[in-house]
Design a binder for this molecule. Sequence first.
Ligand code: HEM
Length: 423
Amino acid sequence: MSRVTAQYPPLSTEHIDLSDIEFWGWPLADRQAAFATLRSLDHPPFYAEPEFIFDTGPGYYALVRHADVVEASRNPEVFCSGKGAVSIQDLPTEFNEYFGSILNMDDPKHARQRRIVSRAFTPRMIQKFSDDVAQIATGIVDDLVEQGPCDFVDNVAARLPLTIICRMMGIPDDSYGMVLRNTNMILSGFDPDLISQDMNAAVTQLLTAGSELVDLVTTLGQDRAENPRDDLISALVTANSDGELLTTTELGSFFILLVVAGNETTRNALSHALVLLTDFPEQRELLLADLDGRMAGAVEEIVRCATPVIFMRRTVTRDYRMNGHDYHEGDKAVLFYWSANRDETVFTDPAQFDITRSPNPHVGFGAAGPHFCLGAHLARREITVMLRELLTRVPSIRAAGPPDRLLSSFINGIKHLDCDFSR
Ligand code: HEM
């Protein structure tokens, strides 16, 4: 069967503009070739900032090599997250109210809040959710089998992570739809299917989406502060032995971070998994031959190939030389995980989906450092359980056409993906 992602010849440097949204609509093979060209340059390429809702800043260095992404991540004193934001443009103040999460903070503020929110990810919590994950995955595949060929994103990939996060936070069932809609809006990039192309209308849409999510969780937080239960919100809004707790504002932005960071990422990893298993049938056979033995490797390789979060930005705090290039205070450096995960000096044959790849030092969850993904264990668990359930009960499931991709430089998203398992 031919691949569901098209293959095209490479392009040269002057045609590559990472700030041009059209670049992100290029076919996979073109984007792969473009980043290979950028990785081969002597210095990290510099780009003007894309024009979007916020004021345009001084431009940014694109860190496209694995070594640069790793070194910048483990040097938060030099490559910090708290100046401006981790998006390419600095966040205006009104956005910080909703979107100013721990992602955009440095220590000691970051460490304090990360300690508190880590209560969501203790072994006890993860175990509790593991049982939920298995039960939800079974229900999703029950529905899939009954329904027959359909859109994999809506019917499978989107359902598991959303349900888990809503359960974690104790969100009532009838609010799940709003949570999904608003999350899609926040991470819409510039995709015209999801957000207005009029800047003022888009700002209003984003702020409304943020405030609806915050209102929902604030009401729950106020209730749990007075009547704590055995749930995560109660754990976050009541003080632990060190007297630490989240304020209502912090709870709101943590919730937005959870739904955004935990929902869209895992959903897209699952959708990409189906594309990869369709495009590389020999890898599917390998996995099916030993699901238990090869699943862990397959999940890491899916996260490497998918790289659902394409980049995070850092701001340089002082003059610094890294891998032969001089950075100066105030420089913006964008860590392109998507490119680092295809760095041919680290990964042999990087375009090949290889579930036996070992070692696999991908940076899909970020590289080692204070911001390394807090939900990595949960995400691995969700992908593992969902794939095992699918490949056990509908082993012939495959993508029935090319993925309908999100037009975004930040999230490697798939909006729709027809699936078939009728043979
Ligand atoms: C395949 C799924 C996922 C991917 C690819 C992913 C990727 C990432 C990346 C790249 C970062 C930023 C690292 C950095 O700036 O250095 C991050 C941070 C984070 N992720 Fe994930 N993530 C995933 C799933 C999840 C899930 C399921 C949750 C929670 C339910 C979650 C919660 C977080 C949080 C809270 C942070 C912020 C950590 C901090 O700033 O200290 N993620 N993730």
